[in-house]
Design a protein around this ligand. Structure first.
Ligand code: NAP
Ligand code: HSE
Length: 415
């Protein structure tokens, strides 16, 4: 075997410390599979005084990035700090310096992917980001390589571990929102600012990455309509249960000839029999529909130290193989088309609607008429008495309708 390939790690938190463990735990297998040992030379952190029990002997803990970016021996830079800045700048500089870059940073990939691909192509190095979507689940590589013979019409799934963990615990154990968010943070699933998880932005960034790869067009965060889980109440969870559904936060990307590309993230009532309904806890799952493969589903842990480190380390191995062979495979941008996006009002979904109404004769009839006039067909309706005097709650689930039709019906109810 030849000389070690040396790597520099930017960040040693939840995922970074997982990568250190995997490199150590599987060092023999990794060396055999790569044909060369991989060794960690330097690890950048913010606070060098924090205890780092997993630091391997021989690796140096630093707090000055130049020591990695300016080190000619370091061939692979692994960015696991998170956030847009300075991660973007550090990665660009590493690529420009001819270093291969591996990252789990969906913020940067979703927003500055193009800059990264261009810099990587210019320097003939890899830019790899498997862990940016789905944690440990292989999905980026399948979309870039194994499924590339397909025309993909849909990519959809549960892509945020934190919110799936929270929704599972809230519906199965009746835990409070605050309690389960704290647990998800303690387990290292949540982003540094967990509003990115609960407001749906983390899932939206992943949806943008998946849709860009699936439909070969650049999908930016602005092109994704986003709703998180912050408005979901215990009553919604109970209604879902009574009607035979579970609530999941889904990322949905679709392409059709009539409507173009439609990418969104929102909570969904899923029938209990749907395969995604049983994806619980920190697990993620992603469905892909292609015109040759039919349907394929990818399932596994969507966050957490070791599962995410599994994906990051696989990318490190790929970069090491590229260094060995001198060939860089599939690091370029795959967005070679400029497709149009479906306007929100034309998107088609079933909707769940809760209406607080006067509890008096004729109300249900007038609601049914308003829905009917707006061409909204109802799938199921339940009425519950409330503790509010003379009021009741009507809960309706619609058949699939255009967003504009639902808005028309809601305008009548609000007036
Ligand atoms: P984390 O636990 O907060 O760790 C961040 C690490 O980066 C820490 O070691 C921190 O140093 C270091 N760091 C942050 N800013 C720095 C700066 N400006 N200069 C030097 N060091 C800096 O984050 P994480 O959960 O591991 O996430 C890392 C990345 O992986 C993020 O992009 C995240 O979205 C992504 N990701 C996370 C998961 C997950 O399950 N957590 C899953 C998939 C993808 P100190 O230790 O000194 O504070
Ligand atoms: N905060 C993210 C999640 C980490 O909960 O899914 C994995 O990307």
């Amino acid at each position: 075997m030849g000389q070690d390939i040396k790597i520099g790690l930017l960040g040693a938190g939840t995922v970074g410390s997982g990568v250190i463990k995997v490199l150590n735990m599987n060092a023999h297998e990794i060396a055999q599979r790569t044909g060369i040992p991989i060794s960690l030379k330097k690890v950048l952190v913010r606070d060098k005084s924090k205890p780092r029990p997993d630091m391997p002997k021989g690796a140096e803990l630093i707090d000055e990035v130049e020591e990695i970016l300016g080190d000619p021996e370091i061939k692979i830079v692994v960015e696991l700090m998170g956030g847009l800045h300075p991660s973007r700048e550090y990665m660009l500089r590493a690529l420009e310096a001819g270093k291969h870059v591996v990252t789990a940073n969906k913020d940067v990939v979703a927003q500055f992917g193009r800059d990264m691909f261009e810099a990587a192509e210019k320097s003939n190095v890899s830019f790899l980001f498997e862990a940016s979507v789905g944690g440990g689940i292989p999905i980026i590589s399948p979309l870039k390589h194994s499924l590339t013979a397909n025309r993909i019409s849909e990519v959809m799934g549960i892509v945020n571990g934190t919110t799936n963990y929270m929704l599972t615990k809230m519906s199965e154990d009746g835990c409070s929102y605050e309690e389960v968010l704290k647990e998800a943070q303690e387990k290292g699933y949540a982003e540094a600012n967990p509003s990115a998880d609960v407001d749906g932005l983390d899932a939206a960034r992943k949806a943008a990455i998946l849709a860009s790869l699936a439909f070969n067009t650049r999908v930016q965060l602005d092109n994704v309509s986003v709703e998180g889980i912050t408005k979901i109440t215990p009553e919604d969870i109970e209604y879902a249960r009574d009607l035979g559904y579970v609530i999941k936060l889904l990322a949905v990307g679709k392409e059709s000839v009539e409507n173009g590309v439609d990418v969104r993230v929102h909570p969904v009532f899923l029938p209990k029999s749907h395969p995604l309904a049983s994806v619980n806890g920190v697990f993620n799952a992603i469905f892909v529909k292609g015109n040759a493969i039919g349907e394929a589903m990818f399932y596994g842990q969507g966050a957490g130290s070791l599962p995410t480190a599994s994906a990051v380390t696989a990318d490190i191995i790929e970069a090491a193989r590229n260094i060995q062979s001198g060939l860089v495979r599939g690091s370029g941008c795959t967005c070679y088309e400029q497709k149009s996006f479906c306007p929100l009002e034309k998107t088609v979904s079933s909707y769940y609607v809760r209406l607080l109404v006067d509890d008096k004769p004729g109300v249900l009839g007038s609601i049914a008429t308003a829905f009917g006039n707006a061409k909204v067909s109802l799938k199921s309706v339940i009425q519950t008495p409330l503790n509010v005097k003379d009021h009741a709650e009507i809960v309706a689930v619609t058949h699939p309708v255009e967003h504009s039709c639902l808005q028309e019906a809601l305008t009548v109810f609000k007036s």
